[in-house]
Design a protein around this ligand. Structure first.
Ligand code: APR
Length: 309
């Protein structure tokens, strides 16, 4: 059987786990590429050794050469370095900006027609930067952040209500960071809005756990940042791109007037499909929610300006 082809750039924790999920879910053949010689090849071989046990059809090829990524339907970019002690945010921005630049130089000529999904942090800034560098239509270049934040919000709601995740329909939009905008009013458990189920302090605690979710994992791991839930969020977005169900996901998309925000990438509800972002969904936000979203946009614009200095 012929499968679509997905390239994952960066064979670290997030990239390798995303690759594993894509083949195990039978979604795509994967080209896993990294600058570190042998890393992608070793992980790809290890996963291929699982194939007879797990009985999945797709294959993974590990490589350091963009020629092996040619003709991909989707390119997922997880290459980057995490923030280390003593490193400023600007240091991280400048290192990861040059990584994103070199990834595009390698990936774009090999897969000029692909959809590009960015994961490298700081996500909003990196996706904005990639758009400026790549010259691709906005529909074909977007980022992963809101799906992960929504999954963390869902986890916090499940913990407070005892509901199963499939009974919960939650949503987090805005920046992928401290300025994110969880939307309790528009989040439901069995169709009932959160404010009718939980007290204000309970909602505030779920929101806080969501905003601090990534930091909580970093604090526990001590040696890196979250990767299982990020990898799963990549797989969910790739699944919607390859086999669209019409599900609304929080996607880091370029806004050009939606929500009264112009010229910046940030997470908003969107429907994915073969063309990439098929539609941005404009929810009826109340004044406070809209205000939060616009503050989120300002935060991203400030970070973007700082990254250009
Ligand atoms: N091209 C390809 N791969 C690169 C490049 C490059 N120019 N530069 C770095 N890499 C690779 C590294 O060699 C490493 O294997 O990117 C990989 C990153 O892996 P990890 O350090 O394990 O980081 P990970 O936890 O996977 O996170 C990756 O996703 O969620 C975000 O904040 C996270 O920005 C980070 C990214």
């Amino acid at each position: 059987m012929a499968y679509p082809k997905v390239t994952i750039v960066g064979a670290g924790n997030v990239g390798a786990n995303a690759a594993l999920l894509l083949v195990m879910k039978e979604l795509a053949d994967v080209a896993l590429i990294d600058v570190a010689d042998g890393l992608a090849q070793g992980k790809a071989l290890d996963i291929m050794h699982m194939r007879s046990n797990e009985k999945f059809g797709p294959t993974i090829l590990g490589t350091c050469d963009y020629a092996d990524t040619a003709g991909s339907d989707i390119v997922v970019v997880t290459a980057g370095v995490p923030r280390k002690p003593g490193m400023t945010r600007e240091d991280l921005l400048s290192i990861n900006s040059s990584i994103v630049r070199s990834v595009l130089e390698g990936a774009l000529p090999a897969s000029p027609d692909a959809l590009y999904l960015f994961v490298t942090n700081p996500l909003d800034v990196m996706t904005n930067l990639a758009y400026q560098l790549a010259g691709l239509p906005k529909q074909r270049l977007f980022g992963m952040g809101g799906v992960l934040d929504t999954a963390r919000f869902t986890h916090a709601i499940a913990a407070l209500t005892g509901a199963q995740p499939e009974q919960i329909d939650a949503l987090v939009i805005g920046a992928h960071g401290e300025a994110m905008v969880p939307l309790p009013r528009l989040s439901t458990v069995n169709g009932v809005p959160l404010p009718q189920l939980l007290s204000d302090p309970q909602i505030a605690s779920a929101v806080q756990d969501t905003i601090q979710g990534g930091a909580a994992v970093v604090e526990l791991l001590k040696t890196g940042s979250a990767f299982y839930a990020p990898a799963s969020s990549i797989a969910l977005m790739v699944a919607e791109l390859l086999r669209p169900s019409g599900r609304v996901l929080s996607v880091c998309a370029r806004l050009e007037g939606e929500y009264g925000i112009d010229g910046v990438y940030m997470c908003v509800p969107a429907i994915l499909g073969a063309a990439g972002i098929e539609r941005i969904v404009e929810l009826q936000l109340d004044a406070a929610e809209l205000d939060q979203l616009r503050c989120s946009a300002e935060t991203i614009k400030e970070q973007l300006a700082a990254s250009m200095r």
